[in-house]
Design a protein around this ligand. Sequence first.
Ligand code: DX5
Ligand code: ZN
Length: 217
Amino acid sequence: DRRVKIAPSILSADFADFGREIRAVEDQGADWIHVDVMDGHFVPNLTFGPPAVKAFRKHVTTVMDVHLMIAPVDPYIEAFAEAGADILTAHIEAGPHPHRTLQAIRAAGMKAGVALNPGTPAGAVEHLLDLADMVCVMTVNPGFGGQKFLDMTGKVRRLRQMIGDRPVHIEVDGGVDPRTAPLVVAAGADVLVAGSAVFKGGSVGDPSPYGDNIRAI
Ligand code: DX5
Ligand code: ZN
């Protein structure tokens, strides 16, 4: 389905060669590049800060979709804007003032996303939909790539209904592969994050297997 965007998560890429990995997936059909920022506090893992994200920006020619798994969020919004994020997504569980956070993301010139952990119901973001450009439904507990898909199709369907005719993307993140992708697309998702399913096998080969991996999703 061509209306559905594929956003490879570089969490599963070769960390010693991000430039080449980003180019390889963009050349082979990636619509967006998904960057997972983790703080060792909101989630039990550490990844990249704004300087690394700024370095990725030089290689991204599509859309840089930055997923913050950090708390607090607000003190870092400006830094991620300067790093070149196109979309900045914060978790609804990350703090008590989500309207303020989404407004600040837009005020800094980015599209604003709000993410929900698997344990958080759809209704938690109902009153934020006018301030959001995207809702990200987590289908794993965030922190690591390669985890087992948790079925959140009911949540995706309810969100699509709540969103109505607003121009809000629904992104699904975690365990997306050729088996699970059709389930979430049928429920109303239009952006699919995929890490291990895209980067599996490594970029060896000419062309690399990434194109086939992307098309299989
Ligand atoms: C999970 C991250 C995801 C993750 C997806 O904490 O937010 O973006 O990298 O990886 P896969 O597709 O392997 O589940
Ligand atoms: Zn993510």
